[in-house]
Design a protein around this ligand. Structure first.
Ligand SMILES: C[S@@+](CC[C@H](N)C(=O)[O-])C[C@H]1O[C@@H](n2cnc3c(N)ncnc32)[C@H](O)[C@@H]1O
Length: 218
């Protein structure tokens, strides 16, 4: 597997560019929808070792479970610098690092829970990134995702396909990814998919790492 270095650099630059306005641009959605969904995702997350991938400006931080050790990574230093400020203002001790989800610098089976919210719309190779989530999650651990994706209805889906290049250039996010399929292609075991909105555009997904194959048949 090889990472598209150019596209990854472009994604980083896009988020560095919009980091200053990201929270304001999402404020309405955050207030009326996302905050509720974040609370739901985090309500029974198990630690002690938690990884948040694509932490952005740290919008999930208010929901981190008390006493857990959270490591949080992002591609964009611009987003991370805002996440650092948020962690300080909430007096949270979060291990924040610049890193690419497509090539995580953690040993396999390091985390009890791995979380990502609204990230796999922008990771250049989402299947590579999702595989990495499966690799660093402990076999008995859990992966929790909150994602938007292509609508179920084919007509709406096609409109999303047409509008997608504009969405990517403005917000850095693909609006037509087929993330549930990508999760399966990455080999993760899907435990639960919760439709959060009409047309199945927003979903909460709980998954497990791939089943470990024994080295040789017996
Ligand atoms: C739409 S924002 C979501 C931020 C945050 N998770 C939230 O819920 O508000 C997407 C984030 O994913 C990050 N990202 C995109 N591709 C990435 C990659 N390959 N590795 C790590 N982070 C990535 C971006 O820098 C950005 O901060």
């Amino acid at each position: 597997m090889s990472i598209d270095v150019g596209l990854t650099a472009k994604t980083r630059q896009r988020y560095d560019r919009i980091a200053g306005v990201y929270d304001a641009s999402e404020a309405m959605m955050e207030r009326f929808l996302y905050a509720r969904w974040r609370r739901r995702l985090w309500s029974d997350v198990k630690g002690p070792q938690i990884l948040e991938v694509g932490v952005g400006t740290g919008k999930n931080m208010p929901y981190y479970p008390a006493g857990a050790h959270v490591t949080a990574i992002d591609l964009s230093e611009g987003m991370l610098s805002r996440a650092r400020k948020r962690a300080n203002s909430l007096s949270l001790d979060v291990d924040l690092r610049q890193m690419d989800a497509q090539a995580l610098a953690f040993p396999s089976a390091s985390f009890d829970t791995v979380v990502a919210t609204f990230v796999f719309c922008s990771v250049p190779d989402p299947i590579a990134g999702l595989r990495e989530l499966g690799r660093v999650c402990k076999p008995e651990g859990e992966i929790r995702l909150l994602e938007h994706m292509r609508a179920r209805n084919e007509l709406v889906g096609r409109v999303m396909d047409i509008v997608n290049p504009i969405a990517v250039s403005i917000q850095g996010a693909n609006i037509n990814r087929q993330t549930v399929d990508n999760i399966q292609l990455a080999g993760l075991q899907i435990v639960r998919v919760v439709d959060l909105s009409v047309q199945g555009i927003f979903k909460l997904i709980v998954a497990k790492p791939p089943i470990q194959q024994s080295a040789a048949p017996r």
